[in-house]
Write a protein that binds this ligand. Structure first.
Ligand code: SAM
Length: 293
């Protein structure tokens, strides 16, 4: 399927919100790059802090009418000095190549590395997730995935059962299995994500321990750890479904939340969960909670 790629130059601190706006307008995937390393726009006249700009790129299906989306962005107060944007038509193979060029091994916490399957492993003695995200979300480059991986890295997951709600590429479920979990269940509304998760699990030798499901078929079970990196809206709508997966002494980790959405998400879970202080990275939030006793 060919794609339209919309690339916007945004102030670094607003980049997550711009990415959120692109997703809210139908982007299938959003990536972030430092504008200094990837200059494609002329610096605005008189603008001395160009290096603080981030290139936010949204990938849209080819049939998308981009004009209303661009008009919406132009109205936003983030672009009071003018919206700098560029659209390109992309074939699947170009998108894949773009990912491949921009995706390098990254370390999370003390033990965990995410390594693109086509690159060399920097530290063979580490816990290495070999990953090829395909069209599914989840390479570790997004702050929400990074926050969840960092949390998983700090846990003793030996023999634990983990539910990865919104599994995308399977990165969190596979990371948990490689860190010692005995069983992981990935759930996603996107069939491509389930395929990518299974392929990545094979690549990492943990396919037998990972089951994947569409929500319509999701199993009934209690998990020691539930990670849900989806957006604040679905986290609130699915509060009872997600809560039901958490065992009595289990833990819940949620991300995909913006700072201004913390209170609403916590309120949806407050009856049954006690929250630790929020962890924040580049405007994105990870919430950790334990079931109330
Ligand atoms: C932000 S990505 C997270 C992927 C991966 N877990 C990670 O941490 O990088 C969110 C994923 O949740 C899925 N998703 C969105 N809404 C969902 C829902 N209501 N139920 C299940 N999955 C959902 C999307 O298809 C997407 O793959």
């Amino acid at each position: 399927m060919p794609w339209i790629q919309l690339t916007i130059s945004a102030p670094e601190k607003h980049a997550p919100l711009i990415g959120d706006m692109l997703e809210g307008n139908g982007a299938m995937a959003v990536t972030y790059r430092d504008a200094q390393d990837n200059p494609i726009f002329e610096p605005p006249i008189g603008e001395l802090v160009y290096w603080q700009e981030t290139l936010v790129t949204g990938l849209f299906p080819a049939e998308t009418n981009m004009q209303p989306i661009i008009a919406n962005l132009q109205k936003s107060s983030y672009f009071k000095n003018g919206l700098q944007y560029k659209t390109d038509q992309l074939e699947d193979k170009d998108w894949e190549r773009e990912w491949m060029d921009n995706f390098h091994p990254i370390q999370f916490g003390k033990r965990l590395w995410v390594c693109p399957s086509w690159r060399d492993i920097p530290d063979p003695s580490a816990v290495n997730i070999m990953l090829d995200p395909g069209m599914a979300f989840g390479t570790g480059t997004h702050p929400t995935t990074a926050l969840c991986l960092g949390w998983l890295d700090g846990q003793d997951l030996s023999a634990k059962t983990v539910v990865d709600f919104g599994c995308g590429s399977g990165i969190l479920a596979i990371g948990a299995l490689l860190l010692g979990a005995k069983r992981a269940v990935g759930i996603d509304i996107d069939q491509q994500a389930l395929i990518a998760s299974k392929e990545n699990a094979e690549r990492n030798g943990v396919a037998e321990q990972l089951e994947v499901y569409l929500p319509a078929n999701q199993p009934v079970l209690k998990a020691d750890v539930v990670v849900a990196n989806i957006l604040a809206g679905p986290l609130q709508e699915l509060a009872s479904v997600i809560s039901d997966y958490v065992a009595d002494d289990g833990e819940l980790v949620m991300s995909g939340i913006l700072e201004r959405q913390i209170a609403d998400v916590q309120a949806a879970y407050a009856e049954h969960f006690d929250f630790s202080p929020a962890q924040i990275k580049e405007g994105w939030v990870m919430l950790h909670a334990k079931r109330k006793r």
